[in-house]
Design a protein around this ligand. Structure first.
Ligand code: 4NP
Length: 146
């Protein structure tokens, strides 16, 4: 799960997918990262922590980390939150196989629409909407790949 800062959107995506995978008994390795390292080592944004908590999800074990080119080897699937994240990740790919692992996450719910998960960092009211979008997308990820 990849966004820009790995403090708002992708930590929620990581927490939601981990919970759903666990509920299904799937042995998946789920992690998140940012295309930037601006917030490396930091906890998720307090607003993401609060929204997660409202949905009985604890994401306070997470720390921000920067996405690495080697993650395209280590992981089977990479979900980008928006088009900018997608392009930055695809630019790091060394071959078509790596490129093929990268998906815009909302295309799981609305195929081909290339919809981004809006960055809630600069406002205050986008976090519940982000949660709902990611909850839906993660259901589809489980449906498609479990
Ligand atoms: P995220 O949100 O990519 O969903 O974690 C952001 C967090 C920090 C910044 C931008 C977006 N920033 O510019 O510091």
């Amino acid at each position: 799960m990849v966004c820009l800062g790995n403090i708002c959107r992708s930590p929620l995506a990581e927490g939601i997918l981990k919970e759903k995978a666990k509920a299904k008994g799937l042995d998946w390795q789920v992690d998140s990262a940012g295309t930037s390292g601006y917030h490396a080592g930091e906890l998720p944004d307090s607003r993401s922590i609060a929204v997660a908590k409202n949905h009985d999800l604890d994401i306070t074990d997470q720390r921000s980390q920067q996405f690495l080119a080697s993650d395209l080897d280590e992981y089977d699937l990479v979900f980008a939150m928006d088009a900018s994240n997608y392009q930055n990740i695809v630019r790091m790919a060394h071959n078509d196989s790596q490129k093929g692992k990268v998906h815009l996450i909302m295309n799981m719910a609305s195929p081909g629409m290339n919809q981004g998960v809006p960055d809630p960092y600069w406002g205050n009211d986008g976090f519940e909407n982000v949660y709902q979008m990611l909850d839906l997308a993660c259901d589809k990820i489980i449906e498609q790949f479990a």
